[in-house]
Design a protein. Structure first.
Length: 317
């Protein structure tokens, strides 16, 4: 869609909840443990593995996103269970939206968290205080996407940090929801049956060398795991036309700067940010064409998106 909103960078947050939203800010490159620049020409393939069953979800959450709010069904106030959760995300608004989940680490002092994020438009200063546990990357108006997220007990923030035309994150306009994940209660949603019996068709690895994807990206469920030592996401963009390496480099620079690229783009989802050692499941059913996978995430303390260090790749369906 070639819209600057699609490049999705956050703005600073002053309130504790808004700070948590900005944790996943925009991508950086910490001096210690910074992401090494991977190959950017084509995706590294992973070997075929025997089919494994999809984890059985304990509940389903359906989220409608619009300007600038989430409508979650069933009402999370009735209780949210820990465990694999089937997430169905609908963008019923007029702008791109996403939903990512951040769990505040045990023992974190909220005042310290607030101080770490104060005045930081990237959110890089607050990342160390949370675990990013997945979700879905941004999609355009009228689109839907599905994922499995492993919700763990504690306080979990659901957020959209796609920016508006002025670079203000949707989260700062109220597009955030707090979930208290705890042992089941009488009002907790029943487990759905939709994914039962489905197999995982492939694995996508967010590695220290870049994205590792199957040779063929067909329709089905994919296990997405972060095997690197830093935070990563996988935002998927369908390209309006094929691009070469130089054009790809220009494109990612435009995305990082929140500028309108010359290449037509369509945001089609992907895996939300996941911290090292975490994983999730993403359902893909991509139309034939050329795609770009990019990582907008930062390392702690330096608001530089990983895609500027080469963490992006092209692949075709």
């Amino acid at each position: 869609m070639g819209d600057p909103h699609s490049s999705r960078r956050t703005t600073s947050a002053c309130l504790v909840l808004a700070l948590i939203l900005s944790l996943t800010g925009c991508g950086s490159s910490d001096d210690e443990g910074a992401t090494a620049a991977p190959s950017t020409t084509s995706a590294t393939s992973v070997p075929e593995v025997p089919a494994t069953p999809l984890p059985e979800p304990v509940q389903e959450l359906e989220i409608n996103a619009t300007e600038y709010t989430f409508e979650v069904t069933p009402d999370p106030a009735a209780g949210v269970k820990p465990g694999w959760t089937l997430l169905t995300f609908h963008n019923v608004g007029a702008e791109p939206h996403q939903v990512m989940f951040a769990r505040i680490k045990d023992g974190v002092d909220l005042a310290e968290l607030a101080a770490a994020g104060a005045g930081d438009s990237s959110g890089a200063g607050a990342i160390e205080f949370v675990d990013m546990i997945g979700g879905v990357s941004y999609i355009g108006p009228g689109q839907d996407t599905t994922a499995l997220v492993n919700l763990t007990e504690g306080v979990v923030m659901a957020m959209c940090y796609v920016p508006d035309s002025k670079g203000v994150a949707h989260a700062l306009m109220g597009m955030t929801t707090m979930l208290t994940v705890s042992a089941p209660t009488a009002g907790t949603p029943e487990a759905p049956t939709e994914p039962d019996g489905e197999d995982v068709v492939g694995t996508i690895e967010l590695s220290g060398d870049g994205y590792r994807v199957p040779d063929q990206v067909g329709a089905g469920w994919y296990h997405v795991k972060n095997t690197d030592s830093v935070l990563h996401e996988m935002a998927l963009l369908r390209l309006g036309s094929s691009i070469d390496e130089d054009e790809a480099e220009t494109l990612v620079a435009d995305l990082a700067a929140n500028e309108t690229p010359d290449v037509d783009l369509e945001a089609v989802g992907g895996m939300g940010a996941i911290s090292p050692g975490f994983d999730g499941y993403l359902h893909l059913d991509l139309d034939p064409g050329d795609y770009l996978a990019v990582d907008f995430m930062p390392d702690p303390g330096d608001p530089r998106p990983h895609l500027l260090d080469g963490y992006y790749t092209q692949f075709s369906v």
